[in-house]
Ligand binder design. Structure first.
Ligand code: ATP
Length: 257
């Protein structure tokens, strides 16, 4: 269970960021008073446009960032006070994770196992399963720099799941992947659900969310404007698919409807 209570994250803006965001404000409210419960065993999708606050929210859940206000509990552990315990519960994956190009997936897997003091039996068992599932076996001894983007991403997934976590956080899991690799990642999310794991993923790909999510949350300008099932969002917006439903809520909340 993930319990997010009144979460707010405010970034101080450097002059470079001010230019990038085209603003004179000294701060940016990336997440604005967001409350949400994610149940055990569900696949939850956080949907939003670029800059909506998805990555910030996921990084706070993963203990990589601290909230400005509010709190997050993962399996009953506070992400700020009990970060170590939270990190044992979760696997965090983003397409931005870059493996060192000079080493092989097999070497890096074992390196991170030792670094993170993960029991050998757990990690070895996971390595066998994950390398087989993602067809890494034949590439495991090649240098990362020789691997395709897809193989690289699959190796990064294997490495982030070596401790067989109960909760898996995917930030844009299929971003930059070809259609075949993207499908294998989505199928893996379904497999995690069958194993009763909890998955929280961010995406701006509506068809991807429709394929795998039990419930979704729609985040616009840092505010959570909807939480519910796919049929609930379609019912609420009187639309036929998630993309239309998203647009309706987007325009409503931007004051354009
Ligand atoms: N370190 C930072 N310093 C200042 N502002 C930041 C920082 N990180 C993110 N932001 C700003 O906070 C807002 C939310 O960013 P965030 O990355 O959480 O959004 P997102 O929904 O994940 O978007 P994307 O899909 O583009 O990754 C954006 O306006 C972003 O520019």
């Amino acid at each position: 269970m993930i319990e997010i209570k009144n979460l707010t994250k405010v970034y101080k803006l450097s002059s470079k960021m001010k230019k990038e965001l085209k603003t004179n404000d000294d701060k940016k409210i990336a997440v604005n008073n967001l409350s949400l419960s994610i149940k055990d065993g569900e696949v939850f999708g956080l949907l939003g446009t670029n800059g909506a606050g998805k990555t910030t929210t996921l990084r706070i859940i993963a203990t990589l960032l601290k909230p400005t206000e509010g709190s997050v509990e993962v399996s009953g552990f506070d992400t700020v006070i009990e970060g170590d315990k939270v990190r044992k519960e979760i696997g965090f994956l983003t397409s931005e994770i870059k493996l060192d190009p000079n080493f092989s997936p097999d070497y890096l897997y074992d390196f991170f196992r030792e670094l993170r003091s993960i029991p050998k039996d757990v990690a070895t068992n996971q390595k066998e399963k994950l390398f087989k599932y993602f067809d890494i076996e034949n590439f495991k001894d090649k240098k990362v720099e020789e691997l395709s983007t897809g193989m690289n991403q699959k190796a990064a997934i294997a490495i982030s799941l070596m401790h067989n976590p109960n909760i898996v956080i995917f930030d844009e899991p299929t971003s930059g992947l070809d259609i075949v690799t993207a499908r294998s990642v989505l199928d893996y999310i379904k497999l995690l659900k069958e194993q009763n794991k909890t998955v929280i993923m961010s995406t701006h790909n509506m068809s991807e969310a429709e394929k795998v999510c039990d419930r979704i949350g729609i985040i616009i300008d840092g505010k959570l404007v909807f939480v519910g099932t796919l049929s609930e969002v379609k019912e609420k917006t009187k639309t036929k698919d998630l993309e239309e439903a998203f647009f309706t809520l987007y325009l409503e909340n931007k004051g354009e409807l």
